[in-house]
Every structure is written in C-alpha cells, then in structure tokens.
Design a protein around this ligand. Structure first.
Ligand code: PXG
Length: 477
C-alpha cells in the first residue's frame, strides 16, 4: 500500500469504484459494442450533492447522468450517445476531450501544480495575459484573472468603482444594469442583473446604488427576427432618463450583455449598442460588456464587441477561455483605467482584490492550449461561415407546435415555446427530458430552448440537431 493510501485512509483504487466510473471504464473498453447497461444511477447515493440551478427533488427521482464526452457528443450512463447542442453550458467551444488541452494540463500539473498569485508570478499567467490582450478589442490590453463569470463581473464592477475613486470622482458609485440581464450569481452580479428568480430569494441585501435599463425583448415588433432585430434602438435612450434622474456624476458604469444569453438569446436591436456607447461616452460613464457567453467566438469574432463594432471600456469573460475544462475567467480593462490606478508609491498595492486561484497555473495552461486550437482551426471567426445555415435551420422550426418566437445571432439560437397551463417551464422541461433520452442535449430556461453548439459543429450536425429537436417538438404536449 502506498504512503498516500495509508495517510488518507484509502485511495480511489481501494474503495469500491463509483458506479458511474465503473460504467465509464466498461464503456471505454467496450466502446465499439456499447452494451445495454443497467442504470448505475440506481446505485449512486444522490442525496448529499445539492445541485446548482436544479429542481433537486425532481432530478433525483429521474436522474440524468453523463459519464463521458468526446467531440460533439456526450455519453449517458446507459452508453447512449447524445449530441451536445449547448456546448455544455455555453463553454465547450472547441468540442469535448481535446487531447492538446489534456496534455497541456497534465504537463502543467507535473511541472508547477499551484503557485501563489499574490506577490508571485508564473510564466503561464504572463503569456496568457499577453496573448489575450492581442485578441481583445484595441485598447483593452490589461487583463485581470478570475475563476468564473460571476467573479469576472464582480471584479469589473470593483475596478470601475476603484477607478473613479482614483480619479478623485468617488461620487460616481452608481451602477446601471439591465432587466433580464444575467451577470452571474455574486451579490454584484445579481444586483445589476435583471432575472427576478435570481434576485428574489436574496432581496433586501442587494447592492443599493443600482438601477436598470429596460430589456430589449419585444415580441410584438420583433418576433421571428433573424439576427439583430429592427426595433428597439430607443430602449438605449432610457439611459438618458436614468442620467437625468440620478445625475451623470453619480454613475460609475453601465453593464450589459451584448447579446443577452440566459434570458433566452436576445440579440441587440440594430443601433442599440452604438447608442449606449454614444451616451456613456458623452457623460463620461464606463461601459462594461459582459461577454461571458459571447466571448471566444460565439458570435463570429473573438468578442461580440468586435462583431458589433462597439468598444466598451471593460469586458468580462470566462467559459470558453479554457474550453470549459477548468474554471477560469478574465476581465479585459482599457489601459487608461488600469494606468489610473498605477499611482502612489511603488510599494503600495494598487487594487485590493484577487483570488487564491487567480491565474491558476493549470487553468492558464488549459487556456493557452485552448487558444492554440482556436487559432489553428480558425474557430474564433468560423461562425461567420456557418451562421446563415444555422439561422435557416433554427427558423425552420417556426411551424412546429407551441412556438412563440425564434431568435438567433452567431451560433446562438432560441426557440421560445408558449407556456403550458401547468406552469412556466413545464413544457420545455418535458422537451429536455425527451431530447435527452432520444439523443440530444438541449439547454432550456423557462420555456426557451437555447441552442449553442460547440463552434466545431458541422452543417450536417446542425441539421441533425434541428431534426431531432423538431421531432421531439412534434411529440410534445
Ligand atoms: N455573465 C454572463 C453573461 C453569463 O452568461 C455569468 C456571467 C456567470 O458565469 P459563472 O461562470 O459564474 O457561471 C454567466 C453564466 C444558461 C447558463 O444556460 C448561463 C450561464 C451559466 C450557466 C447556465 O443560460 N451563464
């Protein structure tokens, strides 16, 4: 028995194998035959794991367990393969199980597994920041590392506040978010965000000096829009009204997703982001784009800022930065904002902020290997070549039962269903279960089905996803 085994009271090898792991091992060996296996979930103890954003009791009565993934597909515990139409949770942009990333991670683990990020550095952090700075819109070439989108959002908000303090304008403390916005789940993120379910359990302790722009969803005028909707540029003018109400000199920043993701794919109305930029510039307010979903190629450019030709002052990112394989996020900051904080004596810390795992060496290695793949395979711009095919495919579902709206931009599509009498989300949940069992992983939010496959998806695979989804919609009550 090895020393570790004695110390820890048992290695993995000594314990009875987890049923899921057992299933996976069996499947790897028998992957050609793919035998019908009985459900190992029956043997799993499901009780201790409190699952995030999940109806735990419903799930545990009818669990859906994934045990492996490769390329465009997941493998269920019964050995069935299902095509991934959501890139995991919008993050696996280069597809699953890329050996280059696995190799880089393994090498890094055996070279420098962890190193402190405060008062110390490691080469990967500097390499990655420099590389990301070259990808980012011009001027946003200073990079702060986090471990998630939520941390990126809170970091960006804190940088915005610290910037104004450093400029002697600490009276600019107010932050403007947007209705239906999803900016993660930290207190900062849910305060500026605008999805009521994410806020109401915590109401009473949200950030106080926050206001919201109206959302841009307009079914009456924009239903079944392809790409950016025609109507709604004037929704940006609401910022002028908030400025008139609060005074520009109290507003630090405006934060919006360039394309609202979790709210159900709401592309910006034509001219809307330009108008927001114009107004923020006029009043000296910082503009933050939350690109946790749209960053890293999802809309056909490294960042949505580049796709739409509107440059904010800060960009938050995460997800696709490591192809989803390890947690990481990054905040891109305009150089002048960074430089405004680089004042005072050299031995003074400029920003009292950071995480134990900021610029984690293994995450940096994964991100560098991911960027290699993105660049080598042209994935950060590939979506421009396939988005017309994707758009036509998604909109071909228009005549299916229960469809209320269809929207798309880049490789983000949404099919919104009419809610059923037994509750918002019930119909889409039934669809998710049917799809899962019949061979398709979809992501639903309320009654909106979001389709956002890995950026490696072929046009044939897009057709397969839409055919499977359409067939499941035909079966839907
Ligand atoms: N900002 C945006 C725009 C996001 O979409 C976050 C911040 C928070 O990221 P983290 O890494 O803290 O989760 C997100 C996350 C979905 C879905 O299906 C969306 C997200 C996460 C999980 C599911 O809509 N977005």
């Amino acid at each position: 028995m090895g020393r570790e085994a004695q110390d820890s009271g048992g290695t993995l090898a000594e314990r009875p194998p987890s049923p899921a792991l057992f299933a996976f091992t069996k499947m790897s060996i028998l992957s050609i035959e793919r035998p019908n296996m009985t459900s190992p979930a029956n043997a799993l103890d499901l009780s201790s794991y409190w699952m995030p954003f999940t109806a735990n009791r419903q799930f545990k009565k009818q669990p859906r367990i994934l045990v492996a993934a490769e390329g465009m597909h997941y493998t269920r515990e019964d050995g069935g393969r299902i095509i991934d139409s959501s890139a995991g949770l919008w993050c696996v942009n280069a597809g699953h199980a890329r050996p280059e990333i696995a190799d880089a991670v393994q090498r890094q683990l055996m070279t420098l597994d962890y190193s402190p990020s405060f008062q110390m550095g490691q080469p990967g952090a500097f390499d990655l920041a420099a590389r990301l700075a070259r990808l980012a819109p011009k001027g946003l070439d200073r990079v702060f590392f986090t471990n998630s989108g939520s941390e990126s959002v809170d970091t960006a908000l804190k940088i915005a506040l610290a910037y104004w303090k450093a400029k002697g304008q600490g009276g600019r403390f107010r932050i403007i978010g947007r209705e239906k916005g999803y900016n993660g789940v930290g207190f900062g993120g849910i305060s500026v965000g605008g999805l009521v379910n994410n806020r109401r359990q915590f109401a009473g302790q949200l950030l106080p000096a926050v206001d919201h722009l109206p959302h841009t969803w307009d079914l009456q005028k924009n239903a079944f829009s392809r790409g950016q909707p025609e109507h709604g540029v004037e929704k940006a003018d609401a910022l002028e009204a908030l400025i008139a109400l609060h005074g520009a000199d109290t507003i630090a920043a405006v934060i919006v997703e360039p394309v609202a993701g979790s709210a159900g794919v709401l592309p910006p109305p034509k001219g809307y982001l330009e108008r927001l930029r114009e107004i923020t510039e006029k009043h000296g307010i910082l503009l933050i784009f939350d690109e946790v979903i749209t960053g890293f190629g999802r809309v056909g450019a490294p960042f949505a800022a580049e796709r739409f030709g509107v440059t904010p002052d800060l960009i938050t990112s995460a997800k696709g930065i490591t192809n989803g394989v390890l947690p990481m996020g990054a905040v891109f900051v305009r150089r002048e904002i960074h430089d405004a904080l680089m004042t005072g004596p050299d031995n003074a810390m400029e920003l009292f902020h950071g995480y134990t795992y900021s610029a984690h060496p293994v995450a940096c290695a994964a991100a560098l290997a991911t960027l290699d793949i993105y660049e080598r395979e042209g994935l950060l711009t590939r979506v421009r070549d396939i988005e017309k095919h994707f758009e036509d495919a998604v909109h071909s579902l228009r005549s299916k039962p229960h469809v209320l709206d269809i929207r798309n931009i880049g490789l983000m599509g949404a099919v919104e269903l009419k809610p059923r009498e037994d509750g918002v989300g019930a119909r889409a949940y039934d669809l998710l279960v049917d799809c899962f069992n019949s061979g398709l992983l979809i992501r639903v939010a309320g009654d909106v089905i979001a389709i956002s496959p890995p950026l490696i998806v072929t046009t044939d695979q897009i057709d397969d996803i839409i055919a499977q989804l359409g067939a499941a919609m035909d079966r839907l009550k």
